[in-house]
Design a protein around this ligand. Sequence first.
Ligand code: SF4
Length: 214
Amino acid sequence: MINPQDSCSEHSSPILAKNVTEFPDISAKYKASSFNIYVKAKGGNYLIFNTMTGALAHIAGDKYTHLAGLLKNPNSFGRENEEEKLFLKSALKAGFIIDDKTNELEMLKMISFAGRFTSEHFHLTIMPTLQCNFACTYCYEKPRPGIMRPEVRQALIKWAEMKVKTSNLFSVAWFGGEPLLAHGCIRELSSNFIGLCARKMLSIGPELPQMDIL
Ligand code: SF4
């Protein structure tokens, strides 16, 4: 195993981040997170990923059986074993192990609702075109020619102007079809959104799907 302090990445969600600075209560009841995924990596090592917190641990092959066993049965941690206590602290911080009373499904719902109903973060998913240059077998979209009309773009800009008045963060995800087939539309809308955010001193975060190839 690499240093347990370094084995877990930082959390992606501030709601999930735990400030575990003291050694955890070894006598408390814990359970493994339902969101842990165990994957065999190259060289006989293993990766453990938590899909809720985004934490990733790299475990050396010769330590895997022991440490994965501890994660799967957290109440078997040795009370006098310093290395195991350190690992427990790190695993709690990363969300691989949680308090026995924690209901992860309810937590997930709360995060989802908080994101959906907050007025501070204004998020737009924009489909500038339904055209696509791929033919993925799993695709459920119906490719259609055409690009978002200028009057729709203008309406979108006006609506964004109104919405950012009460927001602290504005983010945009470009979706399709293949959004980059409408790169002129993306440029036009982006430069308007960036100008809008600059005037309002807002942060802007653009997102593109990972498959874009043009
Ligand atoms: S890239 Fe997206 S839109 Fe295009 S075919 Fe694949 S899944 Fe469908």
